[in-house]
Every structure is written in C-alpha cells, then in structure tokens.
Design a binder for this molecule. Structure first.
Ligand code: CMC
Length: 430
C-alpha cells in the first residue's frame, strides 16, 4: 500500500495525492490545494500545537498513552536508578553515554566553569529583597550574554561547546545566589570537590562551617530529580528555545526566553503552585470541597494533567519513591497527607478519570524541595537548572538540522480583524 492519502477538494472536485511520512503529512503539501490561481492554498489551523510536529528530533521519546519516557533510547527509570545528572546531561546532549574519559572531561569542564564574573553579583544585589528568584535567574542568564560576546558565533562548534559548559555550570550558581540574596545571606562560592548537586546544596546552605558536607540521601535525591527534569521533547520552553534560536540569537538570550516560558504556572511554575494549593487547602478534610470547586471550573488541580501523558507520568512514579527517601531523613512533610488524599479522590473521581488527568512530575517534586528546606518560589528555578541541558540539546539539534537551517520559526495566522479603513483625525473620533 502506498504511503499517501488522497484528498478530494469538494469545492473544486479536484483530487490530490499527498505523501505520508512517519504518520504525518507535510503542511506545505496542502498549499497546492487551491480554489483559484490567486488562492494562497490550503493551510492547517492548530492553536496550541495540538496536532502539529514542528521538527524531527532524536533526543527524547515519549509515548503518552503507555507512560514511556526515554532519553536517547534509555528508559527514564533506568537512568534515575543508575545514572547521575551530569552523565545523563552528557547523554542528552551528545546522544551516547560517555566513556570514563569523556565523563571525566565533561565533569571537569562543568566544574571549572561554575564561578560567575564578580560583576554579576552587583546585578543580583540590585534586585529587591523579595524579587522572585525565577525572575532573577531569567534576567541574570540573559545578562551573561554581555560577558561572552563570542556566544553569538552559534555556528562555531567550539563556541557552542564553551557556552554549553558555562550555561550548565553557572545556572546552579545564579540560582543559589538568587536564593542567598532573598534571605540576606552572603553568597557561597562553588566547591569543586563536590558533585554537581552536592555543590549546589553547598552554595544554597553553607553557613559558617569551613567545608559543607551534603547529606548523601538529599544529594542523590536532588540528582534524581534533575535527571527526571533534564528533557521532555517539544514542551513549551523547549519550543521557545528552538523558536528564539531559529532567529540566531545567542544561547544565553535563548535560554533566558526558555526559562521565562518555564516560569509559567501551567509549565514549570506548577510545582510552586502545587505547594500554594496544598497550603490553601490546609487540611485533609477540606480536600473534597476543593475538588468540587475544581470540577465547578474554579481553578485547576495543580500538578495534575499533561498534554502528552494520558495514562500516567512515569516521572511522578519515581518522584513519589524519592519523596519517601527524603522524608526518612528530614521527617514527613505535613502537606503529604493532603497530597495523598487529593490524589486518591481525584484518581477515583469521574471528572478526572474521564479527562485522563493523573499526577504529573510537579505534584510531588515540590514536597521534596520543601522538605529539603527550599522556599516555594525556588521550585521553578530548580526545574530550570535541570532543563538547561535539554534546551541546549534541542537548540543545537535545530541549528544543525538541514531541514531547519536558516528557517525562522514563524507560524501563519487567520486574520479576522478590521478591513482597510481611512485614518480618523482625533477631533472626529467619538
Ligand atoms: N485540573 C482540572 N481540570 C483540568 C486540569 C487540571 N489540572 N488539566 C486539564 N483539565 C481539564 C480541562 O479543563 C479540560 O476540561 P474540558 O474538556 O471540560 O474543557 C480537559 O481537562 C483538557 O484540558 P486541556 O487544558 O485541554 O489539556 P492540555 O493537554 O492542553 O493541558 C496542562 C495540559 C498541563 C496545561 C493541564 O493539564 C494543566 O493546566 N495542568 C495543571 C498545571 C500543571 O500541573 N502543569 C504541569 C505540567 S507537567 C510539567 C511540565 O512538563 O510542564
């Protein structure tokens, strides 16, 4: 059977044979379907990209119905159990697990790019004490572009490599400095003896001790959380990264844009909103009333639902396990009871069952972060640190893809505004 479909245009009676590749038709193939010579040709309308692929990719595979997530072919469950964040980051970027020598080199380069230029501290100092750390992160990562002007050489592989080291290395430092600024504490500098997440905990929590020793369970828990957040194919922030990158902006400005998209409560800001929601509910007994309100259309159950996962989010399963490991060290988070009750009721309730709404990655991650001593508004920042490698991998893939090269991301629109009309002088306007 040929891999084509035949479209009959009932407006003209003409038939068109359109090739099908990978279960998709090319939207530009529709352009030949016209009612007249002047007709621009048929298009497709898809607000929110519900059924449109904008690229081919080899980074991450998701099967939403089966609850499958794989980075470069490796199941997320295996990576969460056996890998480390830096090893996974290497895999996401380069496509293969590193050899020992490659991992050592990668780790060395990330570790040795974590210090920020001293002037950056001045920017951070300039932010108001209650500035949201995600806003500080977004602004500061964009400001990095003023320090590394060679970053605009996006087609130079060496420059791309250098900016990659810097971005992956400096995101935790910026994030930790934003946190220390918010609590009025002096900045803690990176410690090169520690792991990626161990050092991040050091920069967040070091007080007067000479050497900070991260708790191994918390260090590993954070590492697993970072692995789970490293990439998620064409989500909104990655799409923004590709979109900005398609205009050939430098990677710092592109990451700032991607992080801005991540900040939104429907995306990476959801982990923060889950905690605010649990606090608002306040007690297990109030869960049924809250569910009623959600069903009546008064807000959403944050941390539930996903555009792609319609069965379960495999990351949520792993996170729930990690949560209990952290609670064993730090004590049970009092909000856990409310979360468990919400999950139980929602999973039985017809409204949620019918719409295939399940807990997503953000439902439990916030409880873990809170138990580790992080304030709620730092949660999206943690997501951004981990996702940086995914953004870079997609940005690079887009830049090097012959089908994407020099193609600026530019959707079409259906114009329904006013037709041509003459300018009305101010004195004649009603
Ligand atoms: N609570 C209540 N109802 C919901 C929820 C929710 N969390 N999510 C979707 N619905 C309803 C929605 O009202 C709609 O109902 P109806 O058909 O009656 O109009 C139906 O389910 C389909 O919703 P949708 O908005 O068309 O679904 P979507 O695939 O476009 O949205 C989503 C996905 C994640 C934006 C949405 O589920 C949501 O807003 N969830 C809460 C925010 C959240 O937890 N975001 C984190 C996502 S995971 C991390 C990441 O990758 O960003």
């Amino acid at each position: 059977m040929p891999d084509t479909i035949t479209i009959t245009d009932n407006r003209t009676g003409k038939k068109y044979e359109i090739p099908v590749h990978d279960g998709m038709i090319s939207a530009t193939d529709l352009r030949q379907i016209k009612t007249s010579e002047e007709d621009f040709g048929l298009g497709s309308y898809d607000p929110g990209f519900m059924n449109t692929a904008a690229c081919t990719s080899r980074v991450t595979y998701i099967d939403g119905d089966k609850g499958i997530l794989r980075y470069r072919g490796y199941p997320i469950e295996e990576l969460a159990e056996k890998s480390t964040y830096l090893e996974t980051a290497y895999l996401v970027l380069y496509g293969e697990l590193p050899t020992k020598a490659q991992l050592d080199d990668w780790t060395y380069n990330i570790t040795h790019h974590s210090i920020l230029h001293e002037n950056i501290k001045k920017f951070i100092d300039g932010f108001h004490h209650d500035a949201h750390p995600m806003s500080i992160l977004i602004s500061t990562v964009a400001a990095l572009s003023t320090f590394y002007s060679e970053a605009k050489n996006i087609f130079d592989p060496e420059s791309r490599q250098k900016q990659t080291y810097r971005l992956v290395a400096k995101m935790p430092t910026i994030a930790a400095f934003a946190y220390r600024h918010s609590i009025g504490m002096p900045f803690a500098y990176p410690d090169n003896d520690l792991s990626y997440t161990g050092n991040f905990l050091n920069m967040l929590f070091k007080m007067t001790e000479l050497k900070y020793q991260p708790h191994p369970v918390l260090e590993r828990a954070l590492d697993v959380l970072f692995i789970l957040h490293a990439d998620h194919e064409q989500n909104i922030s990655t799409n923004v990264m590709r979109g900005i990158g398609s205009a050939h902006s430098d990677p710092y400005c592109s990451v700032a844009g991607a992080a801005a998209a991540l900040y939104g409560p429907l995306h990476g800001g959801a982990n923060e909103q889950v905690l605010r929601m649990l606090n608002e509910i306040g007690h297990k007994d109030k869960v049924p009333g809250f569910i009623q309100k959600v069903k009546a259309g008064e807000g959403r159950l944050m941390g539930f639902g996903h555009r792609v996962y319609k069965n379960y989010d495999p990351r949520a399963k792993i996170i729930k396990k990690v949560a209990y490991e952290v609670f064993d060290v730090k004590g049970r988070n009092p909000l856990l009871e409310i979360a468990l009750e919400l999950e139980k009721i929602a999973l039985e309730d017809e409204y949620f069952v019918k719409r295939k709404l399940y807990p997503n990655v953000d439902f439990y991650s916030g409880l873990i972060y809170q138990s580790m001593g992080l304030p709620i508004d730092m949660f999206p920042v943690l997501f951004a640190i981990a996702r940086t490698i995914g953004w870079i991998a997609h940005w690079q893939e887009m830049l090097l893809d012959p089908e994407q090269k020099n193609k600026i991301a530019r959707p079409r629109q259906i114009y329904k505004g006013a037709q041509k009309r003459p300018y009305v002088p101010l004195s004649q306007r009603k």
